[in-house]
Design a protein around this ligand. Structure first.
Ligand code: SF4
Length: 493
């Protein structure tokens, strides 16, 4: 009988979905990988910690000692999942890790990543940030051919495709499997001795390469370079759209995927998802957010006494807006950082507690003032309504809401957790109607052109971004997946 190569140390399943007290779109995942370091698992743990903002429901690490893969996954936050003892059970010089906030697939340990399986040629582990838009078709085809799935996640489809490939080498199997999937993906693969990092042909989700100084063979890959800072790694470059990096004993090799497409990096990474201390596509996220605020000030300037952000994500845009309008910037709302995302279940009936738990007004900043409140987006409008009321109840004379992105009118099918179109308030209401609903004196959204101009920067190309959730211009048709049956309208390419 063939020897099994996987040692799986999963905690017992915990099926509670973490509460989400924000009215935001949510990134699905963050990925981190390291090749060639004696403390690969410990560094992956730290990298995942730095990427925790990209997913708080589950996390996992797979390592290899050159002989076999070791897996640990669990529901919860990185710091709660991995103890020193757990990390010691993940030996070897290569590791990949994942933090997850579910989109495709439900919230369950079965869907936690990395996925790892034994197959005829050895073992393989995969972690994925994104969403395969043709997952339903592929799953049906594979099931008809006898595949048995352990999870409802689209990523498992890819694992089956790698295992069933008729190609011989690991790299060729991965390329073969990728030829079948469509959609958004930043992926890390691991077998016993090789790590592969790959970004989809449009580069919708970010992925970057770094190196550990003094360990010139120690290469790191992460969703955002902010994960490199924590472990002292140096950022080398973004992995290109459609590029695959094969990292093994021979070094790093770049391979181009055969599919060609126009780049479509997710513009929402700049607006909200990425950490402000990251840089993506050669641009500082913090600087881009400030520029979004400056453009917003040009498009929707108003006389006021104070500019306040909805913290934390609204802070850089508010700084930019205040500077451009020459209005004092103040912290009129204070965020509590001690409210865990697992505090309560996100039921509509109690969701309003969440806003007060997270934010509290600073009355001396607001009393008697004309206040501009800067936020990055409005999804359902329920949170904005509570924030405006909070500011007004604290004594503000006028409340003017400014949003550093255009109205979010369309769901995302490329790896972001979004409500249905009907739940998006801007899909069925004008800005004036939304202003009335949230009880703001005025409301101004940044235009699509303004947002793209700020993201691209002076002389940059504003066409290389996905903005489907604002414009409805989807670049890849969504064909549905097992748990995610929403329909889309393919408007643009
Ligand atoms: S639809 Fe929106 S959130 Fe989704 S990838 Fe495009 S810009 Fe990003």
């Amino acid at each position: 009988m063939r020897r099994r190569h996987l040692t799986i140390l999963d905690d017992s399943a915990s099926v509670s979905r973490s509460a989400d007290l924000d009215d935001h779109f949510h990134d699905q995942c963050g990925v981190f990988g390291i090749y060639g370091h004696g403390e690969a698992s410990n560094l992956t743990y730290l990298g995942l910690h730095a990427l925790q903002h990209r997913g708080q429901e589950s996390a996992g690490i797979v390592s290899t000692d050159g002989e076999q893969l070791y897996v640990h996954r669990a529901m919860g936050l990185v710091q709660d999942i991995f103890s020193e003892q757990q990390l010691q059970k993940l030996p070897g010089r290569i590791a990949i890790g994942h933090v997850r906030y579910s989109t495709a697939g439900g919230s369950h340990i079965k869907n936690a990543q990395p996925f790892a399986v034994d197959y005829a040629k050895g073992s393989v582990a995969v972690c994925h940030n994104g969403n395969f838009t043709n997952e339903a078709d592929l799953r049906e085809e594979l099931e008809q051919r006898g595949s048995i799935f352990q999870s409802s996640s689209d990523t498992e489809v890819l694992v089956h495709l790698v295992a069933m490939s008729h190609q011989v080498g690991f790299e060729d199997r991965v390329v073969d499997a990728l030829a079948r999937v469509e959609g958004a993906y930043s992926l890390l693969f691991l077998n016993e001795d090789t790590m592969i990092a790959v970004r989809d042909p449009r580069g919708i989700r970010p992925l970057c390469l770094g190196i550990l100084p003094g360990n010139k063979d120690a290469h790191v890959v992460a969703s955002e370079p902010t994960a490199f800072d924590l472990i002292g790694a140096e950022y080398v470059r973004d992995i290109e759209p459609g590029e695959m990096l094969v990292i093994d004993a021979a070094g790093v090799r770049s391979v181009r995927l055969p599919v060609k497409a126009e780049p479509r990096m997710c513009v929402f990474e700049y607006v909200y998802f990425a950490r402000p201390d990251s840089h993506l596509g050669g641009r500082s996220v913090y600087e881009v957010r400030k520029a979004l605020g400056e453009r917003l000030a040009v498009e929707h300037g108003i006389d006021a006494d104070v500019v306040i952000p909805v913290p934390d994500s609204g802070v850089p845009a508010a700084i930019g807006y205040a500077a451009a309008r020459k209005i004092p910037f103040e912290m009129g709302l204070i965020r509590s950082h001690y409210v865990g995302r697992t505090f309560i279940e996100p039921q509509q009936s109690i969701r309003h507690f969440g806003v007060r738990l997270k934010l509290n007004p600073v009355e001396p900043v607001l009393r008697g003032k004309r206040v501009v409140v800067i936020d990055d987006s409005i999804v359902r409008g329920t949170t904005s309504r509570k924030i405006v009321k909070m500011v007004r109840d604290a004594g503000a004379r006028e409340v003017h809401l400014r949003i550093s992105s255009p109205p979010t009118q369309w769901p995302c099918y490329y790896g972001i957790d979004t409500p249905t179109r009907r739940e998006l308030i801007a899909s069925s209401h004008t800005p004036a109607e939304i202003a009335r609903y949230v009880t703001a004196d005025t409301l101004g959204y940044l235009s699509l052109e303004g947002m793209l101009g700020a993201v691209a920067g002076e002389g940059g190309d504003p066409t290389g971004y996905c903005h489907a959730c604002f414009s409805g211009q989807y670049s890849i048709a969504f064909k549905g997946n097992a748990n995610h049956k929403r329909q889309m309208r393919l408007v643009g390419v």
